[in-house]
Design a protein around this ligand. Structure first.
Ligand code: CMC
Length: 430
């Protein structure tokens, strides 16, 4: 018997030995891949609360200590010193780039920003008030109709081109969706601008007059994109991996990830936080909403609070809260009352026994919407902004999954609780 094994005894006295695997850091993992073949039982873990689905060397989270690292680098250091494009290189290629590597990568991304002109005409078909996440997932899915000559997942060059296209074109698609919603002409990308400057230009410039890019706005977006870039096996990333595991083309896998991100328990929470803060409206109403969140019979939850992995402060929320002060100070104070309300809500919740006992802290979505709103980005676009940052993580995970020699199609099992076998009865006899 190996020392590094977990031993279980079945109800009929059968000994099972399950190998234990160790990562570079973090809890050990009990390998159960052969459990069914050797012992004819499955494990049961709805929501994958205790289940690791893959091996990965991209991102590490310690939810007890509030630690997040990309490729070993603490997110706080990347937030302070790096840029989104550099972090994208790090996540996709595994190491920080040298000067010439970063310049080449940045240049490549700038030169892939235009959409095939045919794709732009899709936007004429959407209703003017279509949700931008609906348009994003549809148009990203349609990329496979335009770039199918270069999507052979076994070809490393094609995998690189896919990564460049996703990273470079998502802002253009996002901006086109925004412009449709507000009835303004689409603005073509400008390759002389960096990633976030170009996004601001495509969102807010109009052909009729020059648009001046505010460096504080560009920096704030860059920071938010760094903080959203990856978060290991979250719902949308797992969706990308799962869709991709069937051999589906990568654009379809990313479109599936966009759809999964949209839900209010995931990336849709940033939109839900702002709606909630507006509903609360005033500090005097906070108590009422805290009570609603604690009431088991009320479906209301404090949006932007709680996390599957973090049982401590989400380090991203702390950094974003700091950025809120800078952005609100620079861009004017009209959103300051909303920020003050969020700060007060955080303080009251953190002192409440319910939130203390359940380890519920503000997550990445609690403060991000305040920054987006101060930049003039409407609530419906918040989750799209999340998707732009997370597109890097989705891409890195898809690339890791596709070359994993142990990779197989994702196909969980179930605990069947339906009827036993019964005979078909003719309709007139039922
Ligand atoms: N407000 C009130 N109670 C909560 C909240 C909340 N925001 N979050 C969790 N709880 C309670 C929940 O009712 C449960 O109580 P009990 O044990 O008595 O049944 C307990 O805390 C554990 O919650 P859970 O739903 O079992 O935990 P989970 O890991 O399945 O869900 C979550 C995590 C993030 C979906 C959840 O905390 C939540 O719905 N939060 C609000 C939505 C949100 O902010 N989502 C963004 C997540 S971070 C960014 C991202 O992933 O995109």
């Amino acid at each position: 018997m190996s020392e590094d094994a977990y031993r279980l005894t079945s109800p009929d006295g059968l000994e099972m030995e399950l190998p234990i695997r160790k990562g570079t850091v973090g809890p050990d993992v009990i390998e159960i891949a052969r459990l069914y073949r050797e012992h004819k039982v499955f494990t049961y873990d709805p929501g994958f609360v205790s289940t690791g689905s893959c091996e990965s060397d991209i991102t590490y989270i310690d939810g007890e200590k509030g630690i997040l690292m990309y490729r070993g680098y603490p997110v706080e250091q990347l937030a302070e010193h790096s840029s989104f494009i550099e972090v994208a290189y790090l996540l996709i290629h595994g190491d920080l780039p040298k000067v010439d590597q970063l310049a080449a990568f940045d240049n490549t991304i700038r030169r892939h920003t235009m959409l095939n002109e045919g794709m732009l005409s899709f936007f004429k078909g959407f209703r003017y008030d279509a949700h931008p996440m609906a348009m994003l997932s549809a148009v990203v899915g349609s990329m496979s109709a335009y770039y199918h000559d270069e999507m052979d997942a076994t070809n490393p060059d094609h995998r690189d081109i896919f990564a460049h296209r996703i990273l470079a074109k998502l802002p253009t698609i996002a901006a086109a969706a925004f412009k449709l919603n507000i009835g303004q002409p689409f603005m073509y990308p400008r390759n002389d601008l960096n990633y976030t400057e170009n996004l601001l230009h495509m969102l807010f410039a109009v052909p009729a007059e020059p648009y001046e890019i505010d460096p504080v706005a560009a920096d704030a977006l860059d920071l938010l994109f760094i903080l959203h870039a990856d978060h290991e096996q979250n719902c949308s990333t797992s969706t990308v991996r799962m869709a991709g595991s069937s051999g589906a083309n990568p654009y379809s896998a990313i479109a599936a990830g966009v759809a999964a991100l949209w839900g209010p328990a995931h990336g849709g929470a940033n939109e839900a936080v702002l709606n909630m803060l507006e509903d609360i409206g005033d500090v005097s109403q906070i108590g009422k909403y805290i009570d609603k969140a604690k009431d088991r019979n009320d479906p209301f939850r404090l949006m932007g609070f709680g996390h599957r992995v973090y049982k401590n402060f989400d380090p991203r929320a702390t950094i974003i809260r700091g950025m809120c002060y800078k952005v609100l100070d620079r861009l004017g104070s009209q959103d300051t009352p909303l920020f003050d309300l969020a700060l007060e809500l955080e303080q009251i919740a953190l002192k409440d026994d319910y939130f203390i006992e359940k380890n519920l802290y503000p997550n990445v979505d609690f403060y991000s919407g305040i920054i987006y709103r101060a930049l003039g980005i409407p609530t419906s676009m918040f989750t799209v902004m999340f998707a732009l940052g997370r597109s890097v993580g989705w891409t890195a995970h898809w690339r890791e999954m596709i070359v994993d020699p142990t990779g197989r199609i994702s196909r969980p099992r179930q605990l069947y609780t339906g009827p036993l076998a019964r005979d078909y009865t003719q309709i007139e006899k039922r």
